[in-house]
Design a protein around this ligand. Structure first.
Ligand code: ADP
Length: 286
């Protein structure tokens, strides 16, 4: 863990130098560097668990006559391989999100349906951690304090979006909210329409994000605490994918957070006037 600490420290210094260096470069060169960094990052991220698995396999062979050790190291192998699988899954998501650029399927979408789907996919993880996910429609600005009922008329909460992308975005936010919160807390999802905009807000009572990291969480591979994130299988790609999906839908995403208090991620999407935007697909009218 000493070497890890050192790596993080060195990493930060390099990050700082890199930031200064970037300022001096033209956009074109910056893009080239980002692309190269991305490839380097991917190889590094894939090599780490792959290397760990190889080492662990050797260790298991050496410890063949110690059942406890075999069990322990096998568990580690399982953990590292699920990390690898998760990483590949995320990379495929990111690749998909990027290659879809320009060919997104923009249609009028019932926001509440998409949000309910996204929550549904996270329900098992929430249940396992005794986290209560509450969905509120047109609630107060502080969804954590409202009753959690989805009241109001949701038929005009419609945006022009790619339903799949929007679902991925909300799903990732809820997944993180659960992931970075202690057990027995509340994750509030608030949907509201105001001034021609629809906002989707995901609020948690989790560990929060340090102020100096807030500006970076949407970067690919950025993790506030790599050691902690790694332990729980984080890839640092979730929010990069989320941002991409939101932008594809013509929206923006922002974050507010305070360490030890929790985080709020807000997606904002332009919403056309109700009469121009009746969903073509009536299977969505549930
Ligand atoms: P990861 O797979 O590591 O969760 P993300 O891109 O989804 O990657 O998030 C980047 C980093 O931002 C995470 O490693 C974590 O440190 C921080 N983060 C994201 N969402 C939250 C949240 N709801 N609460 C606290 N920290 C968060």
């Amino acid at each position: 863990s000493d070497t890890l600490y050192l790596r993080v420290r060195v990493g930060r210094v390099v990050d700082d130098l890199y930031a200064i260096y970037l300022k001096d470069m033209s956009d074109q060169r910056r893009f080239e560097t980002m692309r190269r960094d991305f490839v380097t990052n991917v190889s590094h991220e894939l090599k780490t668990p792959a290397g760990a698995i190889a080492l662990l396999a050797e260790t298991i062979t050496d410890a063949a006559d110690d059942p406890d050790a075999v069990r322990y190291f096998s568990g580690r192998v399982a953990k590292e391989s699920s990390r690898l699988t998760e990483l590949v899954r995320r990379l495929i998501d990111l690749q998909k999100a990027q290659s879809m650029e320009g060919v997104v399927d923009m249609k009028p979408v019932h926001v509440m349906d998409v949000v309910r789907d996204a929550i549904g996919e996270n329900q098992p993880q929430a249940d396992a951690r005794h986290i209560d996910i509450r969905l509120t429609l047109n609630g107060s600005n502080a969804p954590l304090e409202s009753a959690g009922a989805a009241d109001g008329d949701e038929s005009d909460i419609i945006v022009m979006a790619d339903a799949e992308s929007l679902k991925t975005a909300v799903k990732n936010l809820v997944e993180n909210a659960i992931h970075y919160s202690p057990e027995h807390t509340v994750v509030a999802v608030g949907v509201a329409r105001k001034d021609g905009k629809v906002t989707i807000r995901v609020v948690d009572q989790g560990i929060g994000i340090p102020a100096e990291s807030l500006g970076r969480v949407f970067e690919r591979f950025y993790r506030v605490d790599p050691a902690r994130s790694r332990e729980t299988g984080g890839s640092g790609l979730g929010l990069a994918i989320t941002k991409h999906c939101v932008q594809e839908c013509g929206g923006t995403i922002s974050v507010w957070s305070r360490e030890g208090e929790g985080s709020t991620f807000t997606i904002e999407l332009p919403s056309p006037p109700p009469d121009e935007s009746q969903p073509a697909d009536d299977s969505q009218d549930a």
